[in-house]
Design a protein around this ligand. Structure first.
Ligand SMILES: Nc1ncnc2c1ncn2[C@@H]1O[C@H](COP(=O)(O)OP(=O)(O)OP(=O)(O)O)[C@@H](O)[C@H]1O
Length: 311
């Protein structure tokens, strides 16, 4: 069954088309990755699914029901973890969860027990009387999640839930996502961190300029670029590197620099490694190692959109 079905969805802000005739379905039990660079249209899409933003054109169905006609049903079945933290600093952790769970439709004793359960789930069980203004960034992110899951939604949408937090909280959140999924929730996960998406997601859609430009399992997406080969060249320093010269070499599709690693994706059938190395040496690079890499999601993204996910 499709938990979410988006049909020919468009959102215009004035003349600007932020989401462009986008169709997408997410099946029950998936952890679905929604990938796009800054401004690609992810949050706009999510905000329409969450009924926080009116739709210009198109339809959205959640668990088979049109959200325009079944507002209450939808509200009780989805949980949104927004990109901007949505917690109140002058309320305790418990009061925050209680407040949001109430908005999602929980009441009375059930509301209390589920709020406590959600706080314990995100590792804040011992903080439920604490005011959130003194929480670390990671604790606030975890509380943001607790607020969205206390009513045990069938569909949880997480819009970059790990932005700006320490590695420990990040691991905690990634494990929580897996657990929530095992417990029966379908998850839509957006992130700028490709390695998170690679680790978590069973299926992925790549959005660019408001359109889905590729969709499938990791294996299917990687198969799109099997005509590519990736080379990583470690150098001592990239200070003097003229990366645009590398991009002019025949067969080179993308060339990126990550600290002291030069990452190059080329047409598989073009033998250009000699030219690449000559160019690096002409720029005075001291080469430390050369490695061939399997394509990963980062390369898929770069090849299809021409930009890095984190710009
Ligand atoms: N309320 C608005 N009014 C006008 N333009 C908007 C509005 N909200 C978003 N946009 C524009 O729509 C485009 C898509 O924005 P959106 O926030 O959906 O991108 P995103 O993929 O979520 O990016 P990010 O990763 O930066 O959150 C952007 O160009 C943005 O400037």
């Amino acid at each position: 069954m499709n938990v979410l079905e988006i049909k020919q969805l468009t959102k215009k802000f004035g003349d600007y088309i932020a989401v462009d005739n986008l169709s997408l379905s997410v099946r029950e039990g998936e952890i679905f990755g929604f990938l796009g660079a800054n401004g690609a249209g992810k949050s706009t899409t999510i905000n329409m699914v969450a009924s926080l933003l009116p739709v210009t054109k198109g339809e959205i169905h959640i668990l088979g029901k049109n959200i325009a006609k079944h507002g209450r049903f939808v509200k009780s079945n989805i949980g949104i973890v927004p990109q901007e933290l949505a917690i109140y600093e002058d309320m305790t952790a418990y009061e925050n969860v209680q407040f949001f769970a109430g908005l999602y439709g929980l009441r009375g004793a059930l509301l209390k027990s589920r709020a406590e359960e959600a706080l314990a789930f995100v590792g804040l069980g011992d903080k439920h009387r604490s005011y959130t203004k003194n929480f670390s960034g990671g604790m606030k992110r975890r509380l943001n999640i607790a607020c969205a899951i206390a009513h045990r939604p069938k569909l949880i949408i997480m819009d970059e839930p790990t932005v700006g937090i320490d590695p420990q909280s990040r691991n905690y959140i990634l494990n929580s996502v897996k657990k929530l999924n095992e417990m029966g929730s379908t998850i839509i996960y957006t992130s700028h961190y490709m390695e998170e998406v690679e680790e978590l997601c069973t299926r992925i859609a790549i959005i660019d300029h408001g359109k889905i430009i590729a969709e499938g399992t990791k294996k299917q997406l990687k198969a799109i670029i099997t005509n590519q080969k990736n080379t990583g060249i470690e150098v001592r320093s990239t200070d003097m590197l003229q990366v645009e010269k590398l991009r002019e070499i025949p067969g080179v599709n993308t060339a990126e620099v990550d600290d002291t690693l030069v990452k190059i994706s080329s047409d598989a059938e073009v033998n250009n490694l000699n030219r690449i190395i000559q160019q690096l040496m002409a720029d005075g690079m001291e080469i430390r190692s050369v490695e061939a890499h399997e394509p990963n999601l980062e390369t898929v993204f770069l090849t299809l959109t021409g930009r890095s996910l984190r710009d």
